[in-house]
Design a binder for this molecule. Sequence first.
Ligand code: UD1
Ligand code: MG
Length: 449
Amino acid sequence: MSKASPLSIIILAAGKGTRMKSALPKVMHSLAGRPMIGWVLETALALEPEQVTTVIAPDQDEIKNVVHPHQCVHQEEQLGTAHAVQQAKESLKNFKGTVLVLYGDGPLYTPETLRHFLKNIQNAGADFGYLGMTPDDPTGYGRMITDKDGYVTGIVEEKDADAAQKKINLCWTGVMAGSAPEIFDLIEKVDNNNAQNEYYLTDLPALAAREGMKTIHAIAPIEETLGVNSRAELAVLESKIQDRLRARAMEGGATLIDPASTFLSFDTKIGQDVVIEPNVVLGPGVTIGDHVCLYAFTHIEQANIESGAEIGPFARIRPKSSVGEGAVIGNFCEVNRSHIEAGAKSKHLSYLGDSIIGGGANIGAGTVIANYDGFEKHKTIVGPGSFIGTNSTIIAPVTIGEGAIVAAGSCVTNNVPEDAMAIGRARQENRDGWAAIYRGKKLEQKKAG
Ligand code: UD1
Ligand code: MG
């Protein structure tokens, strides 16, 4: 391979993923809020390739949306990994350079490891490189056979290996690279004379050696080589990715009191001096500003939490919402498609839906915005500095003016002007002595049996 040769990446994702027992293609299963294939694509793009081609099965077109604008090619039948790579030949017909093959179900590789691997191939002046690993238990993997200089002369699949070969613990990770167009010419020569009657990508090193071409190997950190074949492995990878995201948040200046119970998403952005208490879940699309406090059992999705805000404990911020600077959303409050402006407070037991809560407004405990009439959602605007008394029901659409007060227990159905007081509840009536008379009657009845 020539120095600094252009790079093209092929991601193999056409496998059936039978062990997932799912209607969803394996690589569409989510890890930290993003399909598995999205993680592989991000790593691929970090290597600045000229082109990324994903090989999918014909019934997996939903993968196209995730890798867009990068192309997908169909592998009509899953005839093996070499056959899968060959499906990209047409889309790479004008490409001369290095082709890197990744698996769509191996999302943990870091760009550093892959860069290092490609550099090794380049430095050795080799034609191919196979990325190896040395797992404690090599069962199931292809075993790499090397000569005295460390060049790979063959790879034997578990199902085709003899007893001695099964003892080899240098295994193939599934990551390989080779020169194009030569790699496609060599794949033409791969046959399916093996236990699985598949066209194996593992056959290339032996074929290459026969043609006088060299295949080097490198060793990947074992924790990056984990892949997903089952739901149990999906859970293992979720926790690995969560650990990386937690580490990144802490490096960025956030305190995670219990990292193990803090769940983040691939795109979570967290500022400095943020404190996150245990059992907090941040779904996709969340940005947390500096000095924010997320108290225990807070759940946030698709929302922007600005600096100094306090959320929770036991609060839920739903999509398309924002909580402004220094605003407080307290226990058992739900915010949905709403903007809580700077300094506003809703400290207990409220539902704020399809609303704008103006700066500094105070929302009393038990306030509910009735935003849905069974058919449509309606908007509510609560003016800045207004005060909504406890247990008020605000029936949308309604606008409450700046500085207005809503008396506790009101049902607000009409707009409230600026600085006005709205009271919408039955007037209280006191009946003197009524309770004593009532008790007397009841006691007499009881005595009479
Ligand atoms: C493969 C390797 C094995 C290696 C292991 C590492 C071969 C023959 N074996 O085995 O040496 O140790 O990976 O995990 O390559 N795929 C397609 N089309 C196909 C077949 C597979 O796109 O026709 C894709 C799958 O979606 C998957 C990847 O290729 O992402 C690997 O396929 P899989 O069947 O899981 O191979 P392994 O048995 O893991
Ligand atoms: Mg596999």
